[in-house]
Design a protein. Sequence first.
Length: 157
Amino acid sequence: MNTAEEMLKEKDAQIISVSPDQTVMEAVQVMAKHRIGVVLVEKDGDLIGILSERDFLRSSADNQFEPSRAKVGDYMSAPLKYAPHDAELPALQEMFLGLYVRHLPIKKGDRFIGMLSIGDVLRADLLDKDRHIKELKKMASWQYYDNWGWDRKKRSK
């Protein structure tokens, strides 16, 4: 799992989107239904923004905010930030940190193929480190030490 596209193969890559003309409440209901923390905003077949739990929370601090009337297009984050499908793990980590986002759509060619979260990237990083540690343990076993001909019993006295 070194690239964004490979990471997407490990999860449901379905893209969930709403229209900028839908209400924020409708978007929140879509997020709840799919058990996700973010929806993409789509207009005329193009993804133009993203609405996250964080956007909703910030908006709800405004006394004038009414989720059942507020339009997604007025509260979404735009322009849409995304990562290319061939972005490797270190580049993705840098993007999440540098852009200060929790979700990144993944684009291949002229279409979006899925969404990665910071948790997906953290998981891929931990799995990669675990694999590397296991490889190192195989290389650095006591098997070589035992074959040096030393008698450990004599040396411990």
